[in-house]
Design a protein around this ligand. Structure first.
Ligand code: IMP
Ligand code: MG
Length: 183
């Protein structure tokens, strides 16, 4: 990606909005209700995968009325430009012992599935009471690992997207909507 030098430059990389703020809000309100129905008041631990899922986590946790704790893990998927290299590193681990928890992994996007696959393996080995995955976005056409979320808010085509926590070279996480990226 070419370095961003100005506001005009920043704006010119935003090709078009594919999911609006209002659509995200409505989908999260529904997801909160579905999660409440599944757990029926049992306490939950929401585990957000940083950095991309931080905005989704902030909104999703406020759409859930069940008692919940939050935790963070940092998994870095290495990209060359907008293409995944397949290298995933867990750079920050959870502080909680999850063996007494109903855990929900909160992800921004499932692309090849490799990041989530690694995180699931790691967390399963720690014997949570239950483990589910909720993702804001899903790009099933790109999957390299046989894996699906329990709850997926939007299925999108194979475009590199930015905004609402998702970045390109660390920029664009602050956009309140999901947009297609262009150089
Ligand atoms: P996976 O391991 O290929 O499934 O990649 C998942 C991670 O790659 C996500 O958590 C994102 O951080 C990043 N990623 C995948 N696709 C996109 C995209 O279209 N835009 C921004 N980040 C993406
Ligand atoms: Mg990313």
């Amino acid at each position: 990606m070419k370095k961003i030098h100005s506001q005009d430059d920043f704006q010119s990389r935003i090709k078009r909005i594919i999911i609006s703020e209002e659509e995200i809000k409505a989908a999260i309100a529904n997801a909160g209700k579905e999660i409440d129905a599944i757990y029926d008041g049992r306490p939950i631990l929401l585990v957000s995968i940083l950095k991309g899922a931080f905005v989704f986590m902030a909104d999703l946790c406020r759409a859930i009325t069940a008692p919940c704790e939050i935790g963070f893990m940092c998994a870095k998927s290495y990209y060359e430009g907008t293409v995944s290299t397949g290298i995933v590193k867990i750079t920050m681990d959870l502080e909680q012992d999850i063996s007494n928890y109903h855990v929900i992994i909160v992800e921004d996007i499932i692309d090849t599935g490799r990041t989530l696959n690694d995180v699931i393996k790691l967390l399963k080995a720690r014997n949570p009471i239950s483990l589910r995955v909720v993702t804001l976005l899903d790009k099933p056409s790109r999957r390299l690992v046989d894996l699906n979320a329990d709850l997926s808010l939007f299925t999108i085509p194979d475009h590199f997207v930015i905004g609402y926590g998702l970045d390109c070279a660390e920029y664009f996480r602050n956009l309140p909507y999901i947009a297609e990226y262009t150089e």
